[in-house]
Design a protein around this ligand. Structure first.
Ligand code: PGA
Length: 242
């Protein structure tokens, strides 16, 4: 299975930034080795879809759990699909922190994304305090219990330790393997055989320097990349590691 390399641009990028996506599309990896997906800010999705030319999949960083209604400033999953987006990220720790999103909110958003025909990247991960207290597995289990949708249709899990995001810190490869194995057991326990088919990404301070090691860990099906996804040069170097 080709590795999945997903870039999360967060609140970065004005119009000229779509040139980076055009370059990713033009010089992308061999599709047998890696697929490139980018989640630019909402404001760039329509332009990104055009320059991505079907080579890079474009997605949203969040969606509302309802289809429409009186929710000022919010964006529905169907609106993302209408722009040509193919996936949506839900439950990123920055949204949990900045917007108070709960596991129940994340679950509702994931199901809205599935209903709109999008692939859904559902993010989970422990804080530093939780890891130091030996609670990593319990935290991941609780997040999955609260946020997994009813079925695994189009579902991808991103394991992102909160303390590794944007810090330059990464867990040991053994710790990544242990977390992915734990998540896999939970997916199979909750979704049945379909749980075997759900891809699990690692995210948190992925760079061209550490991508090959991380992608080599058992059951790491790809990476979710923040800072190092903003330029084509950097993301293509990560894809080359696949
Ligand atoms: P980072 O962000 O690669 O900048 O650590 C990862 C993420 O938040 O998905």
């Amino acid at each position: 299975m080709p590795a999945l390399i997903v870039g999360n641009w967060k609140m970065n990028g004005l119009g000229e930034a779509v040139a980076e996506i055009a370059e990713m599309a033009g010089s992308g990896p061999d599709p047998r080795r890696a697929a490139l997906w980018i989640a630019p800010p909402f404001t760039l999705i329509d332009r990104a879809v055009i320059v991505a030319a079907g080579t890079v999949k474009i997605g949203g960083q969040d969606c509302h759990h309802k289809n429409s209604g009186a929710h000022t400033g919010c964006v529905a999953a169907a609106m993302l699909a209408d722009l040509g987006a193919g996936f949506v990220i839900v439950g990123h720790s920055e949204r949990r922190r900045d917007n108070g999103e709960t596991d129940a909110d994340v679950r509702a958003k994931a199901m809205a994304g599935q209903a709109a025909g999008l692939e859904v990247i559902l993010c989970i991960g422990e804080t530093r305090e939780q890891r130091d207290a030996g609670q990593t597995d319990a935290v991941l289990s609780a997040q999955l219990a609260g946020s997994l949708p009813d079925d695994g249709e189009g579902l991808i899990i991103a394991y992102e330790p909160v303390w590794a995001i944007g810090t330059g810190l990464v867990p040991t490869l053994d710790d990544v393997a242990a977390a992915h194995a734990h998540i896999r057991r939970e997916l199979v326990a909750r979704l049945g055989p379909a749980g075997h088919g759900v891809r699990i990404l690692y995210g948190g301070s992925v760079t061209p320097a550490n991508a090959a090691d991380l992608l080599g860990v058992a059951d790491v099906g790809g990476v979710l990349v923040g800072g190092a996804s903003l330029t084509a040069a950097s993301l293509l170097a990560i894809a080359a590691a696949a």
